[in-house]
Ligand binder design. Structure first.
Ligand code: SF4
Length: 181
């Protein structure tokens, strides 16, 4: 079974549906466009201080599943000659970095074998740069999260709805699915 790094700490029910019924996802193309715009702005921003390298799909292989991911950018700082991994989030306003963003970047750091990363929040007129160091505890917590979701999927049990649900690309299926399925 394959999980994406970008799914870390997402609603487990969403992951269940995404794995079991990829064809039923209702995709909002605007979200992808906004993400692409954020990456373009971030690339121009990074060019000043870094050499930018293309990234490749990487894997973390575990006994029961693998985690797949591709960081937005891998960069080499021009002054300190140090490789870093960059994750970009296009946001309406700059906020305290969400744990799922940091955990996603943490997984890319593990995949690339790099210790230091940058989380860039790209707002309308502002970019916030946050240094993130690889965190082993957060990595273990992330593996635990995927293991729990893997357990649900293997047993064919739909995870319960999350309390603070704001809707998602599987909302329709979620509403129509009885939890005893
Ligand atoms: S609608 Fe809410 S509870 Fe249901 S899968 Fe989506 S995020 Fe999870």
């Amino acid at each position: 079974m394959k999980f994406y790094a970008s799914w870390i700490f997402k609603c487990p029910r969403w992951i269940y549906f995404r794995v079991k019924f990829p064809e039923k996802e209702v995709i909002n193309s605007k979200i992808k466009e906004i993400g692409n715009l954020g990456e373009k702005i971030a690339k121009d921003y990074l060019k000043k201080d870094y050499w930018i390298f293309p990234t490749r799909k990487r894997f973390i292989e575990l006994d029961d599943f693998k985690i797949v991911g591709k960081a937005d950018f891998k960069v080499l700082s021009k002054d300190e000659k140090r490789f870093e991994v960059v994750e970009v989030k296009k946001v309406r306003e700059i906020v305290t970095p969400r744990v799922e963003w940091i955990a996603q970047l943490n997984l890319y750091l593990k995949m690339e074998g790099i210790e230091r990363g940058l989380l860039l929040q790209v707002g309308d007129n502002i970019i916030e740069e946050r240094v993130v160091h690889f965190n082993d505890g957060l990595y273990e917590r992330s593996i635990g999260f995927y293991s729990e979701v893997h357990e649900y999927i293997s047993r064919g049990i739909v995870p319960p709805k999350t309390g603070n649900c704001m809707g998602c690309s599987y909302e329709r299926l979620c509403i129509s699915t009885d939890n005893s399925d």
